[in-house]
Design a protein around this ligand. Structure first.
Ligand SMILES: Cc1cc2nc3c(=O)[nH]c(=O)nc-3n(C[C@H](O)[C@H](O)[C@H](O)COP(=O)(O)OP(=O)(O)OC[C@H]3O[C@@H](n4cnc5c(N)ncnc54)[C@H](O)[C@@H]3O)c2cc1C
Length: 547
């Protein structure tokens, strides 16, 4: 069936229709390259594979934006599935690793276990399950170099705009490199840009900060030469970064105070996973990794589900566990009794109870109060108390940024992200040939990142099998209502979620937060689900010659 735009919509008859080449994939190369396209003789259409014949020079099959954990993983999946397909990674920075290269504050580490934060295809083999930042960075770099992915990265390329042309079935991606514009085209665009602004963290205005004579730092821009030995340090915040920084800085600092407006749920867990380490010795790295991964997924799911269904029981459990880590008589109600329910915000994990240990040893302390203003020597609190400080760390969080700030247009129409709806949490309504990675908020990011890549590979195979060029999720169901993309109460999410795409009230538009469900749906579910539309490039048909 030919639609108004001349595109061939998906239906069995269309597949078998005159525009189709029976057995389209038969005889195509092993990786199903787009070297042979059903839908007509290449002579009567603009050659969509002109890059294979040498022009234009910068045309690729797939363009990935971002060389962090997700971008390197995406490249690995793509080149393993389609070794002959062309791809590049555009990376704004001059390094691989994203988050794990950017953040350099003392003690930087994961707050979820590496058996689930690691890639499915590359076992994490170190003893520590909660790993330090440099080890994670090395893991990502090793993945890239071992597979030759690093040769596909174009560093220092900040992508500013991406425009889809239906006529060309192509993305034109604009980047800035050394101050000059660069333009590439690609059939598919894969956004692995993370979820926050790399240039600036969230930095609330604190009155009087200009008169403070000490040093103020944000964890996102840690000065390499900052020496905190013997210093009085105040860390503002109580999220994952603050609870990491406090015990790490307390090792050399004179004293570290964690200044929080309100408490967070914090749980001590073993830094090493004894079961994982034993399994690795007995079964070898691959089998042990697969088992440990599922064990940890099951445990995290159990804790999450219990938190949502039995919040009182979970609160009571966390309280007892916290009390057991702190000196008798410690004021838990003031400092460790959050106002929200467990998993309304991410639980903070502290390996081997390092935060609590430093509190017990008097190296650090917690103050729950609000800042009234900065003084020359520290901060004055709303209660009237004053905290002296040489260094103040504003661990006040991230500034969310959707898709690395890339301006997206489709057929010259600018896309307003809040007017789009996320499909399976990895594509956007009415935006063709575009995939993105945003990880789970209640589990390790990479669990979802791997599934997104696997699903993208399945979509590409489906396109090949049916001779399609384009996929686009389209919501034609008026009963699907919209809702925020992330149902998460953390301040950094609430501050920016209105700039993000929306989610829908039901599948496939509802953002799934269950890895097990996503495995079933994304690894095994139907690609052709009635919501995703597939089509062929419109043929440019010349008038038949008159005999
Ligand atoms: C301190 C910290 C600790 C964390 N710990 C955990 C954890 O323990 N577990 C967990 O699951 N998650 C954690 N996260 C979330 C974390 O961001 C993800 O785990 C994961 O690292 C994200 O990988 P990514 O590649 O998707 O994004 P990022 O790591 O953010 O990488 C994105 C890359 O894209 C590039 N980029 C962005 N925009 C553009 C553009 N316009 N043009 C070109 N390049 C661009 C960036 O320069 C960057 O290199 C943590 C986050 C932080 C900040």
């Amino acid at each position: 069936m030919t639609t108004e735009s001349g595109r061939v919509s998906e239906s069995p008859s269309a597949i078998a229709g005159p525009d189709a080449v029976p057995g389209a994939t038969a005889g195509t190369p092993k990786d199903n390259q787009y070297s042979r396209r059903p839908g007509g003789d290449a002579r009567n259409r603009t050659d969509p594979d002109s890059h294979r014949t040498g022009t234009p020079k910068h045309d690729l099959d797939i363009l990935i934006v971002g060389a962090g954990l997700s971008g390197i993983g995406a490249a690995h999946h793509i080149q393993s599935a389609f070794p002959n397909r062309t791809y590049a990674i555009l990376e704004a920075r001059d390094a691989i690793g994203g988050t794990w290269d950017l953040f350099r504050y003392p003690g930087v580490r994961s707050d979820s276990d590496m058996h689930t934060l690691g890639y499915r295809f590359r076992p994490w083999t170190q003893a520590k399950a909660i790993a330090d930042g440099p080890s994670i960075l090395q893991y990502v770099r090793d993945t890239a170099t071992d597979a030759g992915i690093d040769r596909h990265i174009r560093f220092g390329h900040r992508v500013t705009a991406a425009s889809w042309s239906t006529e060309d079935t192509r993305w034109t991606v604009e980047a800035v490199h050394n101050g000059s514009p660069v333009r590439l085209t690609a059939r598919f665009l894969y956004g692995c840009t993370g979820y926050y602004d790399y240039d600036n963290g969230h930095a609330p205005e604190f009155p009087g900060v200009e008169q403070f004579e000490g040093t103020v730092v944000h964890p996102q821009h840690w000065p390499a030469d900052l020496d905190h030995t013997g210093k009085k340090v105040v860390v503002i915040g109580s999220g994952a970064t603050a609870v990491t920084l406090v015990p790490a800085m307390a090792e050399q600092a004179g004293h570290v105070t964690m200044l929080q407006r309100s408490p967070t749920y914090i749980i001590a867990i073993p830094g090493e996973d004894a079961i994982a380490n034993t399994l690795r010795r007995v079964l070898g790295p691959r089998r042990a990794y697969a088992i440990t991964r599922w064990k940890n997924v099951a445990l995290a799911t159990l804790i999450y589900q219990l938190s949502r269904r039995r919040p009182r029981a979970v609160k009571s459990f966390i309280r007892k566990a916290t009390a057991s880590q702190l000196p008798p008589g410690y004021d838990l109600d003031t400092h460790f009794k959050p106002r929200y329910q467990p998993w309304d915000q991410r639980l903070c994990l502290v390996p081997d109870g390092d935060l609590f240990r430093s509190i017990r040893h008097g190296k650090s302390s917690v103050v729950t109060d609000t800042i009234d203003h900065f003084t020359r020597t520290g901060v004055r609190l709303a209660s009237g108390a004053e905290l002296d400080a040489d260094i103040v760390v504003t661990a006040t969080g991230l500034r969310l940024l959707a898709f690395g700030g890339i301006q997206v247009t489709v057929d010259d129409q600018p896309v307003k992200l809040p007017e789009t709806m996320a499909y399976k949490g990895m594509m956007l309504s009415d935006i063709p040939n575009f995939v993105f990675t945003i990880g789970y908020t209640n589990a390790s990011w990479t669990l979802k990142a791997d599934l997104v890549s696997e699903y993208f590979v399945r979509i590409l195979r489906h396109l090949d099998a049916h001779g399609y060029d384009e996929f686009v999720p389209t919501n034609n169901d008026p009963t699907v209502t919209d809702q925020p993309l992330m149902d998460f109460q953390a301040g950094y999410v609430l501050r920016a979620i209105h700039d993000f795409p929306r989610a829908g009230s039901r599948a496939p538009w509802r953002l799934g937060m269950s890895y097990a469900n996503d495995v079933v749906n994304l690894r095994y579910g139907r690609v052709d689900d009635g919501v995703m539309r597939f089509s062929r490039r419109p043929a440019v048909v010349s008038s038949p010659a008159v005999p």
